[in-house]
Design a protein around this ligand. Structure first.
Ligand SMILES: C[S@@+](CC[C@H](N)C(=O)[O-])C[C@H]1O[C@@H](n2cnc3c(N)ncnc32)[C@H](O)[C@@H]1O
Length: 290
C-alpha cells in the first residue's frame, strides 16, 4: 500500500515503505494516461530515470503519490507542461564535448563539401545551443549558405527558447573556452551581443534553420539528410525504443550520411550496427554504408 509522506519529508525517490510493485503499476498507468490524453509517449523510456523524475515532480507539486500526480496532470495542462520539462531533460551547452566539434570540422566538413546542398537534422535539440554551435562551424567553413538545418524536439517550450537565440550571459566564459577547444577560428564574442543577463546570438546564424516540434517516438521521417545529430537523447530510452529510433534514422539518412551520437551513446548491440562504419570511435560518429 502507498504510504503517505510525513509533512516536510523530502523525496529523492518514493517514501521508504512505498510498495515497489504498486509503484510500477502506478507509473505505467500514469505514462499510459499521458500518452492517451496528450500523445507524449514516455512508456519506453528507461524506468529508473523516469521514476526519479516523477518523484521529483511529486515533491515540487507537494503531492503524496504517483496516482495524485496522474490525476493532476490529466486534468491540468499546465501541470503536464511542468512534468514534460522534467521528463524530457533539457540539459545542454554550446560546443558541448568540444572534441566532438573539432572532429566534426576536420573529418565531416570535408565530406560535406562534396555535396551541392546539405541537409542536417538536429533531433532532440533542446534549447538550441547545439544548433548554434553547428551553424557557427558551418559559417566559418563557408558552408552555411548551402545548408538547411532542421532542429527538432518533443518539447515546444525549449524550441521557443531555441528560436529566441538568447543564452545565459554567465555561461559565455565556459562556451568561449569550449569554442576555442573545438578549433573555433574567430573571437567567440563576435557571435553575440550582451543584453542584460543574456547573450543574443546573431540571427544570421539561423537564416537556414527551421525549428519544429517532432516526437522521435511517434512521428515519422520527414526528409533525407546528410547528417543527423542525436546526442544525449537515446540515453533516456530503453533498448527497444532505441532500435525503433535507429530505424527512423536509417530511413532518414542518405547513403554515406553521418550519424552523430552523444559521448555515452553508441550503435553497439543495436540492430543497425552492421549498416554503419565507425568514422570516429571517441566522438561516436558513424557513416551509413549499407
Ligand atoms: C539532454 S537534451 C540533449 C540536447 C542536445 N542534443 C545536447 O546533446 O546537448 C535531450 C533532449 O531530447 C528531447 N527529447 C526527449 N524525448 C524526445 C522525443 N521522444 N522526441 C524528440 N525529442 C525528445 C528532450 O526534450 C531534450 O530537449
Amino acid at each position: 500500500m502507498a504510504v503517505p509522506l510525513k509533512p516536510n519529508q523530502s523525496l529523492n525517490g518514493p517514501p521508504v515503505a512505498y510498495d515497489a510493485e504498486l509503484e510500477r503499476v502506478e507509473i505505467e498507468l500514469l505514462l499510459e494516461g499521458v500518452f492517451r490524453h496528450y500523445g507524449f509517449d514516455f512508456r519506453s523510456y528507461a524506468y529508473a530515470s523516469i521514476r526519479r523524475r516523477l518523484w521529483k515532480r511529486i515533491e515540487s507539486e507537494q503531492l503524496q503519490s504517483i496516482s495524485e500526480l496522474q490525476a493532476l496532470v490529466l486534468h491540468d495542462a499546465a501541470a503536464m507542461e511542468r512534468l514534460l520539462l522534467d521528463l524530457s531533460v533539457s540539459v545542454t551547452a554550446m560546443f558541448r564535448d568540444p572534441g566532438f566539434y573539432e572532429v566534426f570540422r576536420t573529418d565531416v566538413v570535408p565530406l560535406l563539401r562534396t555535396y551541392p546542398f546539405i541537409r542536417i537534422w538536429h533531433a532532440g535539440c533542446s534549447t538550441g545551443e547545439e544548433v548554434y554551435s553547428t551553424a557557427i562551424v558551418l559559417e566559418e567553413e563557408g558552408l552555411l549558405d548551402r545548408t538547411r538545418i532542421y532542429a527538432t524536439d518533443i518539447n515546444d517550450v525549449v524550441l521557443q527558447e531555441a528560436r529566441g537565440g538568447i543564452f545565459p550571459l554567465n555561461r559565455m566564459q565556459e562556451y568561449t573556452e569550449n569554442y576555442i577547444r573545438a578549433g573555433g577560428r574567430k573571437s567567440f564574442s563576435e557571435y553575440y551581443t550582451a543584453k542584460y543577463d543574456g547573450a543574443l546570438f546573431s540571427p544570421s546564424l539561423t537564416r537556414n534553420v527551421v525549428f519544429s516540434q517532432h516526437n522521435l517516438v511517434t512521428d515519422r521521417s520527414f526528409s533525407e539528410f546528410n547528417v543527423i545529430f542525436c546526442r544525449n537523447v537515446l540515453i533516456y530510452f530503453d533498448r527497444d525504443l532505441q532500435n525503433r529510433v535507429h530505424s527512423l534514422f536509417y530511413e532518414s539518412l542518405v547513403m554515406f550520411g553521418i550519424l552523430a551520437m552523444g559521448s555515452k551513446e553508441s550503435l553497439r548491440f543495436s540492430e543497425y550496427e552492421a549498416c554503419y562504419e565507425l568514422l570516429h570511435p571517441r566522438e561516436k560518429l558513424y557513416r551509413k554504408v549499407d
